[in-house]
Design a protein around this ligand. Structure first.
Ligand SMILES: CCCCC/C=C\C/C=C\CC/C=C/CC(=O)SCCNC(=O)CCNC(=O)[C@H](O)C(C)(C)COP(=O)(O)OP(=O)(O)OC[C@H]1O[C@@H](n2cnc3c(N)ncnc32)[C@H](O)[C@@H]1OP(=O)(O)O
Length: 281
C-alpha cells in the first residue's frame, strides 16, 4: 500500500502516555484512498497484549473507521512475530477492583464492536494469535495467516475456564465437536492445522500477500448493499452475541468472581512465573 494513497491516523495516544512511556500509538489506522479499506494495526510492544488502554484504542479505532465510511477493516499487527498474545495477564493478577471492572467491560465492548461491525472484517494474521488474539481473529469474517505461527485458545491448559462469549467466537467459525475438543484440550494449532480445520481461510507467504487477500475478500462485497449486508450480518451473529448484548452485567459479575478467586489467582501466578522464567534461562 503506497503511503501517498493512504490516510494515516493513530489512536490511544493519550491513554497510553498516561500509563507507559515506551510508545504512544497503540493502534494505527491507514485508509486506502482507492479501495476505501482501512487497515487497523495493533502496535503495542512487545507482543500486543490487550490491556485496558489497548482494548479501548482498538474499539475507538473501529468506531472511527465505521464513522469514516470505510469499506472494510483489516486487522493486523506491526510485530512480524506476534499478531496478539491475548489479554494482558498483568491486568488479571491481584487486580484493583475498579480497574478490573473497566478492563472486563472494555473486553466485552471491544469484542462486540468487532464481532458485530457493520463493515466486512478480515484478519491478516502475521504472527502468533493466542487466546484473545485468536478470539479477535475469529470475530472477523475472514482470516489469512502466514506460515510458521500458532493460533488457538489454550486457557484450559493453564487452568482457566473459558467464558461463554469466547466459546461463541470459536463456534461462529468452527463446528461444535471441533470447538469442544479444541477448547477442552487447550489446543494451539499450527498454520497448516488451522487451515485443515478451516479456522483460517487462506495461507499467505508475506504480510503484503495476506493484506491483499484480505482486501480481495472485502472487495467481494462490492455488489452487496452495505445496509442490507450489515443488517443481515447482525441477524446472523445476534445469537452468539446475545449474552453480552442482553446481560453484560451478569457476565461481568461471573467473570469478576472467577478472576478474583484464589483458584484463578494461584494458577495465574504459576503461569506468569513460567512465562517470565523462559526469558531468564
Ligand atoms: C465459572 C464461570 C467462569 C467464567 C469465566 C470468566 C472469566 C475467565 C477469565 C479469564 C479466562 C481466561 C481468558 C483468557 C484469555 C487470554 O487472552 S489470557 C492470555 C493468554 N496468552 C498467553 O498465554 C500468551 C503467552 N505468551 C506467549 O506465549 C509468548 O509471549 C508469545 C506470544 C508466543 C511471544 O513469544 P516471544 O518469545 O516473542 O515473546 P516473550 O514470550 O519473550 O514475551 C515478551 C514479554 O511479554 C510478556 N508477555 C507475553 N504474553 C503476555 C501476556 N498475554 N500478558 C502479559 N505479558 C505477556 C512475556 O512475559 C515477556 O515479558 P518479559 O519476560 O518481562 O520480557
Amino acid at each position: 500500500m503506497l503511503r501517498s494513497q493512504t490516510k494515516l491516523f493513530a489512536l490511544g495516544k493519550r491513554q497510553l502516555c498516561r500509563s507507559m512511556s515506551k510508545s504512544c500509538d497503540l493502534t494505527l489506522v491507514e485508509v486506502d484512498d482507492k479501495t476505501g479499506i482501512a487497515t487497523l494495526t495493533m502496535n503495542k510492544p512487545p507482543v500486543n497484549s490487550c490491556n485496558l488502554e489497548m482494548m479501548r484504542a482498538l474499539k475507538d479505532s473501529m468506531k472511527q473507521i465505521e464513522g469514516n465510511k470505510s469499506r472494510g477493516i483489516i486487522l493486523t499487527s506491526s510485530n512480524n512475530k506476534v499478531f496478539s498474545s491475548g489479554l494482558d495477564l498483568n491486568e488479571l493478577r491481584n487486580p484493583e477492583q475498579e480497574r478490573l471492572v473497566a478492563f472486563w467491560k472494555e473486553l466485552q465492548e471491544m469484542w462486540l464492536t468487532l464481532y458485530l461491525s457493520n463493515l466486512p472484517t478480515a484478519a491478516a494474521i502475521n504472527g502468533h494469535a493466542l487466546a484473545v488474539g485468536c478470539v479477535m481473529a475469529s470475530a472477523c469474517e475472514y482470516r489469512v495467516m502466514l506460515p510458521g505461527f500458532t493460533i488457538g485458545i489454550h486457557a484450559t491448559k493453564f487452568g482457566y475456564v473459558v467464558p461463554p462469549f469466547i466459546v461463541n467466537s470459536y463456534l461462529s467459525v468452527l463446528p461444535r465437536p471441533v470447538v469442544e475438543r479444541a477448547l477442552l484440550q487447550g489446543k494451539i494449532f499450527s498454520t497448516d492445522e488451522a487451515q485443515q480445520i478451516n479456522l483460517i481461510d487462506e495461507v499467505a507467504n508475506s504480510k503484503e500477500e495476506a493484506l491483499s487477500k484480505c482486501a480481495s475478500f472485502i472487495g467481494s462485497f462490492a455488489e452487496a448493499n452495505p445496509v442490507a449486508r450489515a443488517l443481515t450480518k447482525r441477524q446472523l451473529r445476534a445469537e452468539f452475541a446475545r449474552t453480552l448484548l442482553d446481560e453484560p452485567e451478569a457476565e461481568l459479575k461471573e467473570s469478576l468472581e472467577y478472576i478474583t478467586s484464589p483458584l484463578f489467582q494461584d494458577s495465574l501466578d504459576a503461569y506468569l512465573a513460567k512465562l517470565k522464567s523462559k526469558n531468564k534461562k
